[in-house]
Design a protein around this ligand. Structure first.
Ligand SMILES: O=c1ccn([C@@H]2O[C@H](COP(=O)(O)O)[C@@H](O)[C@H]2O)c(=O)[nH]1
Length: 278
């Protein structure tokens, strides 16, 4: 039986450093790589990212939208990209931000979190805005298969504040409620499998992560303006839980594999200086 996601993540981060690199094959990135913005270009770019980085970077995060944009042929490229990541020793985190009523979530869980499914990843991003409890079936499925989930708590985009920084009926922020619900599912020994997404861009919010016992995926470095130095303000004592993620900052160095690896290594060096060794 596969070890838990929390344990597998801790190991690969200890070996390779705390970084997730996003695979976001924007049409502009494809053109910058000298590729056409079509399915063939998508495949060269996405699988080129895996070939260059999956031997050295802890986690690779394909953004589903950029594959879905090409219809079933694009989804087939996503399937092959996920298979490449699995073969190469990195963990895959599929950024697909799903959230629905429980019975439909079960179908999403079958697609993304179940052994044998062509779209299965080591972890996926989920949205809690149909109620955190609507995700419980997916969390159970993930844990049964040694996989994990990242639940959107305080996202990196400025529009997120309207909902996520609002005050819930008990006085906590909505984002804090999400973090606390994740913490409840992670209670117990060992690192939990329920992570949260908290943008590196959001500044000091007073959110408490002390009970979380799970991974914090932190997007926003690079193209969205956050720097490694911002991580201290946002996460304070929770820095050891943080897994920074960046896409365009690294992809902009492609397509040369050495330059991609150098770009990823530079981000690892800058965030390790703040987060400390794992
Ligand atoms: O709060 C969030 C959640 C997810 N994302 C995703 O991460 C990447 C960011 O790409 P960059 O090029 O590093 O800006 C993208 O896929 C987003 O959908 C996020 O940015 N913020």
């Amino acid at each position: 039986m596969r070890e838990s996601y929390g344990v597998r993540l801790a190991r690969v981060v200890a070996e390779r450093g705390p970084l997730c690199v996003g695979i976001d094959p924007h049409p502009g990135v494809l053109r910058a790589w000298g590729l056409d913005a079509d399915v063939a270009g998508l495949e060269r770019c996405a699988r080129g990212m895996v070939e260059a980085l999956a031997g050295t970077v802890a986690v690779l995060k394909p953004q589903s939208a950029f594959f879905e944009a090409y219809g079933s042929a694009g989804v087939a490229v996503l399937e092959r990209t996920l298979a490449d990541v699995a073969q190469a020793g990195a963990l895959s985190l599929l950024d697909v931000k799903r959230g629905d009523i429980g019975s439909t979530m079960d179908a999403y869980a079958a697609a993304y979190l179940t052994d044998g499914s062509p779209l299965a990843a080591d972890a996926v991003t989920l949205s809690p805005y149909l109620g955190f409890g609507s995700l419980d079936g997916a969390i159970t499925a993930a844990q049964a298969h040694g996989r994990g989930v990242y639940v959107l708590a305080l996202t990196s985009n400025p529009e997120g504040r309207q909902v996520q920084h609002a005050t819930a009926s008990d006085g906590r922020s909505v984002g804090q409620v999400v973090v606390d619900e994740a913490a409840r599912r992670n209670a117990g020994p060992g690192p939990g499998d329920v992570g949260v997404v908290v943008g590196a861009t959001i500044g000091r919010t007073g959110t408490r992560f002390d009970a979380l016992n799970g991974s914090i995926l932190a997007p926003g470095l690079g193209a969205q303006g956050a720097t490694a130095g911002d991580l201290t303000d946002v996460f304070g004592a929770a820095l050891p839980l943080v897994l920074p993620t960046t896409s365009r900052e690294v992809m902009g160095a492609g397509p040369d594999p050495d330059r991609l690896r150098d770009a990823a290594a530079a981000v690892v060096a800058s965030v390790t200086g703040v987060l400390g060794p794992r």
